[in-house]
Design a protein around this ligand. Structure first.
Ligand code: SAM
Length: 227
């Protein structure tokens, strides 16, 4: 039986890779990358010279079969995404499930992900939280925002920069002025920003910005949280 390694990579700062991740990447026979060009920067930086194949959300279903053939043929395969933990709002789950079903060993190599990095920095309760990932763009979006508004525990949401203002406005509409929110932008990168305030204030502040760029995680406190 072969090994499928699910390997976390940095969410920005190249220094945030683990020793074990580098060692594992060096011993894989082949590395399945969400984007081979993006990952080539990381692989080059750590002098990892291994064959790569692309494995992204648009070819994930077809490529899983190919990955299983490689594992069946005795090759050890590593999966990495552009950033963070594969499978977390990224391809990974289908390959892990298929590898289990075929009796291969699935070995996680832990490391950074944007959700837990943001929630621990938010200063909002992180003993329990719900990971929402990206909300659907249209159908079902409002229902999910309502559920976040009703949640007793902290919610963690991935939001693209061009949707942040509309998202904050909707959240404000459902959660009211006083709900605590933290916006974590560009974590581990040069322009890292962790902005924490109540919804009325933070919405107003972010609406006043000329433009918003970069990668963003929004943390929303549970509905009964006060400080
Ligand atoms: N697999 C990744 C993980 O483990 O977090 C998530 C990949 S998902 C395609 C990309 C989203 O994750 C971004 O739109 C943003 O919401 C969040 N993200 C990734 N890197 C980030 C960073 N450095 N700072 C803030 N958010 C980040």
């Amino acid at each position: 039986m072969s090994n499928l390694y699910i390997i976390a990579t940095p969410i920005g700062n190249l220094g945030d890779i683990t020793y074990r991740a580098v060692e594992t990447l060096k011993k894989c026979d082949i590395i399945a990358c969400e984007d081979t060009r993006t990952s080539s920067v990381l692989l080059k930086h750590y002098q990892i010279e291994k064959p790569t194949i692309s494995f992204h959300q648009h070819n994930e279903h077809n490529k899983v079969e190919h990955l299983m053939n490689l594992l069946d043929g005795g090759q050890n395969v590593g999966i990495i995404s552009d950033a963070g933990m594969p499978g977390i709002s990224d391809p990974g789950f289908l390959a892990a499930r298929a590898a289990h079903q075929k009796g291969h060993t699935v070995t996680p190599i832990p490391g950074p992900d944007a959700a837990t990095t943001a929630v621990v920095a938010s200063g909002l309760p992180c003993d329990r939280f719900v990971f929402e990932g990206f909300l659907p763009p249209k159908k079902g979006r409002q229902t999910r925002i309502q559920a976040i508004a009703e949640s007793e525990i902290t919610s963690v949401i991935y939001v693209s920069p061009h949707k942040i203002i509309r998202f904050l406005e909707k959240l404000h509409q459902f959660c009211g002025d006083e709900r605590w929110v933290c916006i974590a932008r560009e974590l581990t990168k040069k322009f890292e920003e962790i902005d924490r305030a109540q919804l009325a204030d933070i919405t107003q502040r972010w609406k006043a910005r000329k433009s918003v760029k970069g990668e963003i995680v929004v943390i929303v406190s549970g509905k009964n949280y006060t400080e």
